[in-house]
Design a protein around this ligand. Structure first.
Ligand code: SAM
Ligand code: SF4
Length: 326
């Protein structure tokens, strides 16, 4: 799959639910409303589309949400998708908030998953509770421990929030690196209800880190939007996802499938097609493939997020990350 700008698309992110057991302030409102259950793709429908995309050249598949692990029978999907590993698919992975990771870690490994991204913005139980509105940090830490024990490689995603967790990034990094985990810092993006006052450019944190650590840019990319630094003192890696201060669109290789079966061509734009309609109309795989390829030809050149912008002023995406599949 290639788009009109010559970018090779080989990475699909699939949201299996827009629901979540947490309410991170940068992602959802407390009273967030969700897609009616009947409109959410069944796991069989997700599996069918996954196979179609793998046939079209998708090599990396990330299951996300909402919180993917609140979806009932999710291991069924991992197990089935895992059968494509080595047969077109190179990597099957997931992004999770970690609260239920301890229940599924072994099953994920059995399905062929080798790496997980766990989102964790703080190591303080009180700050965690206030960011997530009611979350229990100890559950996430138990999930991370279980994933580690099961042999999964772990990457921690941390959304940088001005005045909330920016002071503890060095400690979080040291904690991750002592356990052999990568830490990836993400700029708050103006999506859904994210509040613009939380935005802090990554450069500000890098300056603070550079006073304590020797940071060296490294070439390794993981087929995603992050660029990496090697931290000499810890021997670990620090990833940076800075869509606002360092636009990553030029080498975008991704498309996203929402829980209700919409294929979005860009995180920050509305362009997309309704694949659920094709599935439920009984269309053949070749009709679905034709629709996907047509959509791909209009994949936008890039997002138009404005640093520190607000969605209501048209400087971000109306959809939240949980609706799109982060
Ligand atoms: N629930 C899972 C989790 O939190 O990892 C998966 C879905 S979540 C939407 C995926 C990622 O998007 C998380 O790392 C989360 O921190 C990030 N995210 C959500 N809203 C964001 C925003 N407005 N700006 C930047 N990252 C955001
Ligand atoms: Fe849930 Fe993930 Fe959004 Fe937090 S970031 S509310 S854990 S979907």
């Amino acid at each position: 799959m290639q788009d009109a700008y010559g970018r090779q698309i080989d990475y699909l992110r699939v949201s299996v639910t827009d629901r979540c057991d947490l309410r991170c302030t940068y992602c959802m409102t407390d009273d967030a409303s969700f897609v009616p259950r009947a409109d959410v793709l069944t796991l069989e429908e997700v599996l069918r589309l996954g196979a179609v995309f793998i046939g079209l050249g998708v090599k990396k598949l990330r299951i996300t949400g909402g919180e993917p692990l609140v979806r009932r029978n999710i291991l069924w999907l991992f197990e089935r998708l895992g059968r494509h590993l080595g047969h077109g698919l190179d990597e099957l992975t997931l992004t999770t908030n970690g609260t239920r990771l301890d229940e599924v870690a072994e099953g994920l490994v059995a399905s062929g998953v080798q790496r997980v991204n766990v989102s964790l913005d703080t190591l303080s139980p009180a700050t965690f509770k206030s960011i997530t509105r009611h979350g229990d940090l100890s559950k996430v830490l138990a999930g991370i421990d279980a994933a580690d024990r099961a042999g999964l490689k772990i990457k921690l995603n941390c959304v940088l929030m001005k005045g909330i967790n920016d002071g503890e990034i060095p400690d979080l990094m040291a904690w991750c690196h002592a356990r052999g985990f990568d830490l990836v810092l993400i700029e708050t993006m103006p999506m859904g209800d994210a509040r613009s006052e939380l935005y802090l450019p990554l450069e500000a944190i890098l300056e603070a880190l550079a006073k304590r650590f020797s940071l060296e840019e490294v070439a390794d990319r993981t087929n995603g939007p992050a660029r990496y630094l090697h931290v000499q003192e810890t021997g670990g890696r620090l990833g940076l996802i800075a869509p606002l201060s360092h636009n990553f669109c030029a080498d975008c290789n991704r498309v996203r499938l929402t829980a209700s079966g919409r294929l979005h061509l860009c995180l920050g734009r509305e362009d997309g097609i309704d694949l659920r309609a094709h599935l439920r109309a009984g269309d053949s795989d070749s009709a679905i493939i034709a629709a996907i390829l047509k959509a791909l030809s209009v994949k936008p050149q890039g997002h138009d997020f404005v640093a520190g912008g607000t969605c209501s002023q048209g400087q971000g995406a109306v959809r939240s990350m949980s609706a799109t599949g982060g």
